[in-house]
Write a protein that binds this ligand. Sequence first.
Ligand SMILES: [Zn+2]
Ligand SMILES: [Zn+2]
Length: 447
Amino acid sequence: MKIRTLSISSFSILVAGSAFAQQTPQSLADAELPSLLTIYKDLHAHPELSMHEEKSSAFVAKELKAVGCEVAEHLGKYPKSDTKGFGVVGLMKNGTGPTVLVRTDLDALPVEEQTGLPYASTVATKNEKGDDVHVMHACGHDVHMAAFVGVARSLAKLKDQWHGTIVFVGQPAEETGNGARALLDDGLYIKFPKPDFALGFHDNAQMQTGHIGVTEGYTYANVDSVDVTVRGVGGHGAYPHKTKDPIVLSAEMINAWQTIASRENNPIDPIVITVGSIHGGTKHNIIPDEVKMQLTVRTYKAEVRDRVLVAIDRIAQGIATTAGIPADRAPIVTVLKDQYTPATYNNPELTKRLVAVWKKTLGPDNVEATDPTMGGEDFAEYSLPDHSIPAVDFHIGAVDPAKIAESKNSNRPLPSLHSSKFAPVPEPTIRLGMVGMTTAVLELMKN
Ligand SMILES: [Zn+2]
Ligand SMILES: [Zn+2]
């Protein structure tokens, strides 16, 4: 009996000792999850609109300080000089080695939450125009922040497994597409170490929890906004021969622009040209002087983007000329340079390297090759226009597998990101974000 007791206690000491030696991203996720869930619910209940991320950024700064980072706050330079930047950078230094940037976004959306969750947002505020709006973390940036805090806590505890400098970035204004640019314009790569690699993650409203998804190469598109003013010669609706009708011209342009995709472009290179808004005229029987249109243009390759933007202008001018519009009334086509989001390109070599380590850590069936989309993400900015900083932005599954099956059976689509009903399953989504990102950083910085 005595001998048996002795052997059990020495076994326990052995187990405790080896558990300490083998602290892993998974064991740390298990330990941190209760605290991260509390954080998540609090962030979810207190969302802030783009460029107003005051409390979220202060919270992220506090958490980064708590794990020993050197923290800088109020970063970000917007073109409008009176707009405050709420960017946060935390440097975690651990000797000589690579520099890796890890990014979370901070902002929420003007959406009225309809999830019915006990921690649902009831926040309302005024938008830039002064209109009353509700606010919701409908894109899951609260999941990102909670997982990001978990990653920082984990990597602080795993310092025996990596060397180098981690640049933790809390980015404002992702939803408006200008936050990453504002940080770079404020000297992100001058005031702080320029990274060798950049990593980001986003929850995915169509992918099951427990799954990581990643696209090799282009994963999000170039996003351009284009304003077009079609100018005609207005007059009475009964006497079209005395006018140049800008409404008919606009209709011709809208159709002709679609031939850029179908006739001018290599079908292997995706393009989307959407006219999202068209306004002209005041009354049934008046031919107006002008029509205004707003286009979103999506592409991947830089040369395709250049060609499409030139073609939109060329077609507009050509149609106006054909209709006999005088040169001084030619269409005005303006590409809004300050609203451009570059395409996100996942460096293929880095993607392969991370996929290999995720398959090993999470199991091969839990890592998906995701299709690229024509959506936009300003994470792209961190890899610079020439993609010289290898970067990967990966997906974290956020949906209960039973809900995916139910949606397939019933043919009812799942709530998408930005939906008032989008509700990620917090625990497994945060856990996977934390484990996926921590594992990726360790792979790039391992001893
Ligand atoms: Zn979003
Ligand atoms: Zn988002």
